[in-house]
Design a protein around this ligand. Structure first.
Ligand code: MRU
Length: 349
C-alpha cells in the first residue's frame, strides 16, 4: 500500500525521545516539545500539546515505552506491576477519546505476551508504539479513499463543512475527516472547506485552517453559530466530522458542537458523515449514554487569550465533547468501508 501523508507529524520518535508539535501554540508559533519522561507525556496529553483521538493514542503508546524505560528492575513480574502504574498514569489524562485506552491496552498486551527478559519486553513495547503510529497513517489513507467513494456524486466539487481538527495534527499524520477532505482535494472533488472555529479551544480556526493553508486547500473559517445559516443559504453540500468514541450502536462522541451541527444538517437535508478508525469504536459500550464526557477548566470559557470576557460572579459549564445520536449520522467512514451506523457491528474484528 502506498502511504500518503501530509508531512505534518504531530508525534515523532527519534534519538530516544519523542518530539511533539506544540498544538497549543499554533498558528502563531510552530514549536516542538521534546519529551523523554512518561510524566511529561502525561502532562502534554492533559494540557493538549498533543490532542485529537488517534494522536493521543500514538502519544500514549510512546508514553508507555518511556515509562517502561524508567522502571529499574530486571525481574519481569516487578516490571509488569510497575508498568501497570505507568498505564494508569496515562489513562488518567483524558477520559473521552477511546484511542488512548485502546493504545494503552495494546501496549499492556504486548508486555504480557512477550516472553523474555525485561529488555526484550521494552524492545517489543517500542516496536508496538511504532506499529500503532504507522498503522494509523495507513488506516487514515484508507478512510480517505472510502470517504471519497461515499460522498455525494453531485455537485462534482463539494463544499464541505467540518468541526474541530481531525487532520494530520490529530492523527499520526494524515487525518480522519480532514483526511477525507484531503483525498477529495487530491481527486479534484473539493471546492472549499468550511471550518467551524470550534469554541472554546478553537481547533477549527487555529489548526484545521493552519493545515489547509499549509497545503493550499481553500478554507473559510466560520464561527460555530454560523453553520445553520450557511446551510440555509445552500452553501454546504456535506458535513464530515471525526470522533473520539463511537459506541456499538453508532452514537458518536466528538468535540462539543458536533451534535448541534448534526441537528441542523438533518433540518437542511445535508448529509452528515463521521470519519474514524475502528480503534475509535468502543464495541464494549452499547450506546452513547455510557461515554464519559470530559469537563475542562472554566477558564477556557471566561478567557480569550489572557482577556477576561465574562463578568465576575458567573457560573460555567464546559463539557469538551457531546454525543451525536446514530440516527442523525448518514454514514460512518472507516478503514474497512463506509457503513450506516446500524451496520457498524458488522465491522467488528
Ligand atoms: O479536545 P480535542 O482537541 O482532543 O478533541 C479532538 C476532537 O474532538 C476530534 O474531532 C476527534 O478527536 C477526532 S480526531 C481525528
Amino acid at each position: 500500500m502506498t502511504l500518503v501523508s501530509s508531512r505534518i507529524y504531530p508525534v515523532r520518535w527519534h534519538d530516544n525521545k519523542v518530539s511533539l508539535i506544540d498544538q497549543t501554540r499554533l498558528p502563531q508559533e510552530y514549536t516542538v516539545v521534546e519529551i523523554s519522561r512518561c510524566q511529561d507525556m502525561a502532562d502534554a496529553i492533559k494540557s493538549m500539546i498533543v490532542r485529537g483521538a488517534p494522536a493521543i493514542g500514538v502519544a500514549a503508546a510512546y508514553g508507555m515505552y518511556l515509562g517502561a524505560k524508567e522502571i529499574e528492575t530486571t525481574q519481569t513480574d516487578v516490571f509488569l506491576k510497575e508498568l501497570e502504574k505507568v498505564a494508569q498514569l496515562l489513562r488518567e489524562t483524558r477520559p473521552t477519546a477511546v484511542n488512548l485506552f485502546w493504545a494503552i491496552s495494546r501496549m499492556m498486551r504486548t508486555a504480557y505476551e512477550t516472553l523474555g527478559t525485561v529488555d526484550e519486553i521494552r524492545d517489543s513495547l517500542l516496536k508496538t508504539a511504532q506499529d500503532i503510529q504507522t498503522e494509523d497513517l495507513q488506516t487514515c489513507a484508507e478512510i480517505g479513499k472510502n470517504g471519497l467513494a461515499a460522498l455525494p456524486t453531485e455537485p462534482k466539487q463539494l463544499r464541505i463543512l467540518t468541526h474541530c481538527n481531525t487532520g494530520a495534527l490529530a492523527t499520526a499524520g494524515y487525518g480522519t475527516a480532514l483526511g477525507v477532505i484531503r483525498a477529495c482535494w487530491e481527486a479534484n472533488r473539493l471546492l472549499r472547506v468550511f471550518a467551524d472555529e470550534t469554541r472554546p479551544r478553537l481547533q477549527g480556526a487555529k489548526l484545521t485552517a493552519w493545515e489547509c493553508v499549509q497545503e493550499g486547500i481553500p478554507v473559510t473559517v466560520i464561527t460555530d453559530s454560523m453553520a445553520a445559516h450557511c446551510m440555509k443559504q445552500g452553501m454546504i453540500d456535506a458535513v464530515i466530522v471525526g470522533a473520539d468514541r463511537i459506541t456499538a450502536n453508532g452514537d458518536t462522541a466528538n468535540k462539543i458542537g458536533t451534535y448541534s451541527l448534526a441537528v441542523v444538517s438533518k433540518m437542511h437535508n445535508v448529509p452528515f458523515y463521521v470519519a474514524a478508525p475502528l480503534s475509535t469504536v468502543d464495541f464494549e459500550l452499547a450506546t452513547g449514554e455510557e461515554i464519559p464526557i470530559e469537563e475542562r477548566d472554566p477558564s477556557e470559557i471566561y478567557q480569550v487569550g489572557k482577556t477576561l470576557i465574562c463578568p465576575q460572579g458567573t457560573e460555567y459549564y464546559n463539557p469538551a465533547f457531546d454525543v451525536t445520536p446514530a440516527n442523525l449520522i448518514t454514514a460512518i467512514i472507516t478503514e474497512r468501508g463506509a457503513v450506516k451506523p446500524s451496520d457498524l457491528l458488522g465491522l467488528k474484528y
